[in-house]
Design a protein around this ligand. Sequence first.
Ligand code: FPP
Length: 224
Amino acid sequence: MNPLNHVAIIMDGNGRWGLKHKNSRNAGHKAGLLTVEKIIEETIKNKIRFLTLFAFSTENWKRPKKEINYLFNLLENFLLKKIKELNNKNIKLKIIGFKKFSKKLNHLLNISEKKTSRNTKLQINLALNYGSRFELLHAIKGLSKKKEKINIQNIEKNLLTKNIPDPDLLIRTGNTRRLSNFLLWQLAYSEIYFDKKLWPDFNQKDYSKIIKKFKNTKRNYGNI
Ligand code: FPP
């Protein structure tokens, strides 16, 4: 059975779910947040150490302002309400992405990270304003500026995921099969599962089924 240390998720389908059920994309994001909470619980149950969630990409700034503001408000309220609970559950929060948000949100993200930084049960990496190409470019430019050797180890040390093992498993919901500029370097050997369900409909049972399949898959890493 494969050990499962790190799950990454592209939580796709909120907008379509919201339009279908409530005639509002934002209602889909609100429902999607409930799924996030359920999946965190299930991740802990399965003793998985790292969970990376793609919450906002560098390309998502193209969306209408109303939707962007709603998403960041949702995140702000979530942190204000839940950070204590996450901390009590021994969960560490880490933001991967470039923190270029409002002063208030930047501050909230920084204190949430600081408060939970010593926790050890589960590390949640929240990908916010994250894009893989920009991350790689930033890492390589950094190395060249410091006149350091450009090799695999040094690139990894300069990624936003420094000190985080590569995902063993990537799940994308929402019936779409693409990577959308998410962890392109880190997913080199990950097992990938696409689920047809929209993110708000995805549940613990769906997640457990994927975990079970993953555990029974033969991973070759280029070998036979
Ligand atoms: C993709 O669905 C989802 C997002 C861009 C946002 C993800 C946000 C959440 C799950 C809720 C908030 C999470 C936190 C941690 C506060 P989409 O909108 O692209 O869906 P579509 O493909 O149906 O349009």
